[in-house]
Design a protein around this ligand. Structure first.
Ligand SMILES: Cc1cc2nc3c(=O)[nH]c(=O)nc-3n(C[C@H](O)[C@H](O)[C@H](O)COP(=O)(O)OP(=O)(O)OC[C@H]3O[C@@H](n4cnc5c(N)ncnc54)[C@H](O)[C@@H]3O)c2cc1C
Length: 490
C-alpha cells in the first residue's frame, strides 16, 4: 500500500484547522502542532471561574463560507455549530446621549436613522445598495478564487471591479457625501476597523463589510465563537488527523528546496509538506530564518486592548453588541493610526452575550467583553507598565457613559494587550489582525500562499491571501488545500 503523504500544519487557528480537516479527508496523513493548549488561535475561548469569554472574534459573518467548508468533509455546519441571527445588530451611543440602532431588518435601521437625522434614510439606501454591489463584485473577482499569478489578476473584469468597488477612493469620503451627519457617516464607515483599517484612509471597497452585517446579518453560535474551532478540532480527528496542543514549533529542517521535518522543543515530525498557519511575517522572520522577507517590512494592522470582565449581575438593557462612539472619530483614528497612541477619547466596543446565551456566565451574571482599538507595539504605549491604568480608565469611561455601577459588579477582570498578541500568538509587533489591507497589500500583492522557493511550504491564514477575518481565513485554507492537491496530490 502506498504510504500517505505526511502534512504538518503549524497552528490550530481556524485556517490551520480547516486546512487540516480537508487534507485529512482527502487522504493525507495530518498532524497539527499548536503552542496553545486549546484550538482557535485568535478565535480561542477561555473559561475562568464559570465565566466563558471569546478572546478575539465575536461577530460571525458570511455563514455560507463555513457551510461550504464543512461540506467538503461531509460535515454540516448548521448542525454542528448552531447559531442565531441577532436582531438588532448593535446600538451606537454618542457622547451627548444620542443613539443609533443598526439592524439587518432594514426598516428598523431606517426608522432609527430618521430619528437621528430626518431625511438620512434616502442616502442610506443608495449607500447600502453600493455596499451590496461591492460585496458581490469582491466575492466574485477578488477573494472567491485563488490567485495563481499576477497576470491572473490583470483581467479586464478584475480591473473593472477594482474601479467599480472603489479600490482607489476613500471610504470616509463617500460616507460623508452620502450623509450630512458626521455621526451617521462614521456609523457606516467605521466597519473598516474590523480589518484594522482607518475609515479615513481605507479604500471604499471595504464598504462591503456593511453588507455582510446588514444584508446577511450578524450571527452568534450558541456557546460562543469558540464553538467553531471546537467543531473544527472534532472534524480533524474524525477524518483521521492528529492534533498536539502545547507543542511550539521551534524550527524546520531543510534539504535543498524542501522542508523535511518540523521541530518542537523535544520532538521531530517528518513532513512531506508543511502548512504554516502561524502568522506569515513571524513564520518568515523566525521559523524560516528570513528576517528580510518583504512581509516584515509591509504595513501591519494596529492592535487592541481587550478587557474580559466577569460581572455578578447583568444589565438587562445592554444589547449583545454595543459601541460607545467617540466625539470625533477622525481624531480618534489619527491617534491610533498616525500617532501610535491610545486615544484620550477612544472608541469602545462592548459584547454582552448572556442575554442571547445564558450558559456563557453563571446564572444572572455576564461575561462582558470590551475591545478598544489601539496601536500595535510600534506605538508609544508601554504595555508592560501601563495596562492596568489604561484598563481602569476604560472601565471608568464605560461606567460613566453606559453602565452605571459597573465596577461594583466586577468580580474579576483580565486583559489582553498587543504584548500578549505578540508573546502568546506570535503576531509580529502585536498586530492583532496581521498584515494590513491597503490597496497595495491585497490581491496578488498580498504574500502568496506558498513559499517562492521552498516548494512544499504553504501558508493559510490572515496574512496570506485573501485576507483577515474568520470567513476569509476559512477561504484562505480552502484555496491552499486546492493548491496542495494540485501540486502534491495525496
Ligand atoms: C480582538 C480581535 C477581534 C476580532 N474580531 C473578529 C470578528 O468579530 N469577526 C471576524 O470574522 N474576525 C475577527 N477577528 C479576526 C480573526 O480573529 C482572525 O482573522 C482569524 O481568527 C485568524 O485566524 P488564523 O487561523 O489566520 O490565525 P490564528 O488564529 O492567529 O492562528 C494561528 C495559530 O498558530 C499558533 N502558532 C503560532 N506560532 C506557533 C508555533 N511556533 N508553533 C505552534 N503554533 C504556533 C498560534 O498559537 C495560533 O493558534 C478578530 C481578531 C482579533 C484579534
Amino acid at each position: 500500500m502506498k504510504a500517505k503523504r505526511q502534512a504538518v500544519v503549524v497552528g490550530a487557528g481556524v485556517a490551520g484547522l480547516v486546512t487540516a480537516a480537508q487534507l485529512a479527508h482527502r487522504g493525507y496523513g495530518v498532524t497539527v502542532l499548536e503552542r496553545q493548549s486549546s484550538p482557535g488561535g485568535r478565535a480561542a475561548q477561555a473559561t475562568w471561574d464559570g465565566y466563558t469569554f471569546d478572546l478575539g472574534p465575536t461577530l460571525l459573518f458570511m455563514l455560507d463560507v463555513y457551510r461550504t467548508a464543512f461540506a467538503t468533509w461531509g460535515g454540516d455546519f448548521d448542525a454542528e455549530v448552531p447559531s442565531v441571527r441577532l436582531r438588532p445588530n448593535y446600538k451606537l451611543h454618542y457622547p451627548d446621549g444620542g443613539t443609533l440602532l443598526v439592524s439587518s431588518v432594514l426598516s428598523e435601521t431606517l426608522a432609527s436613522l430618521e430619528r437621528m437625522s430626518p431625511g438620512s434614510s434616502r442616502g442610506f439606501l443608495e449607500y447600502f445598495a453600493e455596499a451590496a454591489e461591492a460585496y458581490e463584485i469582491s466575492r466574485r473577482e477578488f477573494v472567491g478564487e485563488r490567485i495563481r499569478s499576477f497576470g491572473d489578476f490583470l483581467t479586464p473584469s478584475k480591473i473593472k471591479g477594482l474601479f467599480e468597488t472603489g479600490a482607489f477612493k476613500t471610504l470616509a469620503r463617500r460616507a460623508q457625501q452620502a450623509f450630512k451627519s458626521p455621526r451617521i457617516a462614521g456609523a457606516f464607515s467605521f466597519q473598516s476597523m474590523y480589518l484594522g483599517m482607518s475609515p479615513f484612509t481605507s479604500p471604499l471597497l471595504y464598504r462591503l463589510l456593511l453588507f455582510t452585517e446588514l444584508g446577511e446579518g450578524i450571527h452568534y453560535p450558541m456557546g460562543g465563537i469558540g464553538a467553531l474551532p471546537r467543531a473544527l478540532d472534532r472534524a480533524v480527528r474524525a477524518n483521521g488527523g492528529a492534533i498536539h496542543y502545547d507543542e511550539t514549533v521551534t524550527s524546520v529542517e531543510r534539504e535543498g528546496d524542501r522542508i523535511t521535518a518540523v521541530r518542537t522543543a523535544d520532538r521531530r515530525y517528518e513532513a512531506d509538506l508543511v502548512v504554516m498557519n502561524a502568522d506569515l511575517p513571524y513564520v518568515y522572520g523566525t521559523l524560516l530564518g528570513e528576517p528580510n522577507h518583504r512581509s516584515l517590512r509591509m504595513r501591519h494592522t494596529p492592535s487592541a486592548l481587550l478587557i474580559y470582565a466577569a460581572l455578578d449581575r447583568r444589565y438587562d438593557d445592554l444589547l449583545h453588541h454595543e459601541f460607545l462612539m467617540p466625539a470625533d472619530l477622525r481624531a480618534t483614528c489619527n491617534d491610533i493610526f498616525d500617532r501610535g497612541a491610545i486615544p484620550d477619547d477612544p472608541a469602545i466596543y462592548l459584547c454582552a452575550p448572556s442575554g442571547t446565551d445564558p450558559t456563557i456566565a453563571p446564572p444572572g451574571g455576564e461575561s462582558l467583553y470590551v475591545l478598544v482599538p489601539a496601536p500595535n507595539l510600534s506605538g508609544i504605549t508601554d504595555w508592560a507598565t501601563q495596562t492596568t491604568e489604561l484598563a481602569e480608565r476604560i472601565l471608568g469611561m464605560i461606567e460613566a457613559r453606559r453602565l452605571p455601577g459597573l465596577r461594583a459588579r466586577i468580580r474579576f477582570y483580565k486583559t489582553r494587550t498587543p504584548l500578549d498578541f505578540h508573546d502568546e500568538l506570535n503576531l509580529n509587533i502585536g498586530a492583532a489582525f496581521g498584515l494590513s489591507h491597503d490597496v497595495l497589500q491585497i490581491g496578488p500583492m498580498r504574500p502568496d500562499n506558498r513559499h517562492a522557493t521552498i516548494e512544499n511550504c504553504y501558508f493559510a491564514g490572515a496574512s496570506t491571501r485573501p485576507a483577515t477575518g474568520v470567513p476569509l481565513v476559512t477561504m484562505s485554507a480552502m484555496q491552499t488545500v486546492e493548491r496542495i492537491c494540485e501540486e502534491m496530490p495525496a
